[in-house]
Design a binder for this molecule. Structure first.
Ligand code: ATP
Length: 242
């Protein structure tokens, strides 16, 4: 599979995040700059508490930096509208930021984050319902997303009827179904055995490459580093050169 690393999609410039104040101040991230291109899988590694989740939260607009900026590059496919130009997430109001998170960024969580009472297909459909995609289009896109993660035959099963690896594949399908330009995953294989973890991560990498998504994945798992296009090492909130 060819890696099409083209346009830069996501850029953090001199980003820092301080939690708390005074004696309890924590410098979770210190002056981090990073760029991620379309179709690129960047893996972030570092010890517990080094700042990986903080970085993902800032990149995904779930949190705002204390200083520095996070930029989403112009969408070449956008015919006008806000995504046709580069946007600095920190300068967006809550509604616009919400729109960016909903439409342009997909998230995968360690704990899968599936709704237990919904089937696999209904879980995957949630982002499309939020984006008010019409029913026929939703059905087509959900079917395509489940097919892409190899779960076409499990559409009607609820999470408790699926294995951990299958549940996380539903999580990947849900993250990508709205065709985001960015995928952020925090320890996506943390609850899986190593064989299943490798399979889920390989699937994620292949989808990132084939769909030209800019992806950042935080992990403790050294086996997953081998699948990365680029590895970032974070230590005490700083990027260190490897
Ligand atoms: N909301 C918060 N309030 C205060 N401190 C926080 C908050 N979130 C994170 N921290 C602190 O910031 C530092 C970085 O945490 P972060 O969760 O980013 O690390 P991590 O590398 O993702 O760790 P892990 O691998 O254990 O998930 C830690 O010292 C943590 O205790």
């Amino acid at each position: 599979m060819s890696v099409t690393t083209t346009a830069q999609v996501l850029r953090a410039a001199g980003v820092s995040r301080v939690y708390g104040s005074g004696a309890s101040e924590v410098h979770a991230l210190v002056d981090v700059s990073v760029e991620v291109g379309a179709g690129e899988l960047v893996v972030v590694v570092g010890p517990s508490g080094s700042g990986k989740s903080t970085l993902l939260h800032l990149l995904g607009g779930l949190d705002r930096p204390t200083s520095g900026t996070v930029h989403l590059g112009p969408d070449p496919a956008a015919a006008g509208g806000p995504s046709a130009v580069e946007r600095e997430l920190g300068s967006l109001g809550e509604d616009d930021l919400h729109g960016v998170r909903r439409g342009e960024i997909g998230f995968v969580f360690q704990s899968f984050g599936l709704v237990p009472v919904l089937s696999a297909a209904e879980n995957v459909e949630v982002p499309l319902r939020l984006a008010r995609v019409d029913a026929a289009e939703r059905a087509a896109r959900v079917a395509e997303a489940l097919e892409a993660v190899g779960l076409a035959d499990h559409a009607d099963q609820r999470p408790y009827e699926l294995s951990g690896g299958q549940q996380q594949r539903v999580g990947v399908a849900r993250a990508l179904v709205a065709r985001p330009r960015v995928l952020l995953a925090d320890e996506p294989t943390g609850q899986l055995d190593s064989t299943t973890a490798g399979r889920v991560m390989t699937l994620l990498r292949d989808l990132v490459h084939s769909r030209g998504v800019a992806a950042v994945v935080a992990t403790h798992d050294p086996d997953l580093v081998a699948l990365a296009d680029r590895v970032l090492v974070v230590r005490d909130g700083r990027l260190v050169t490897v």
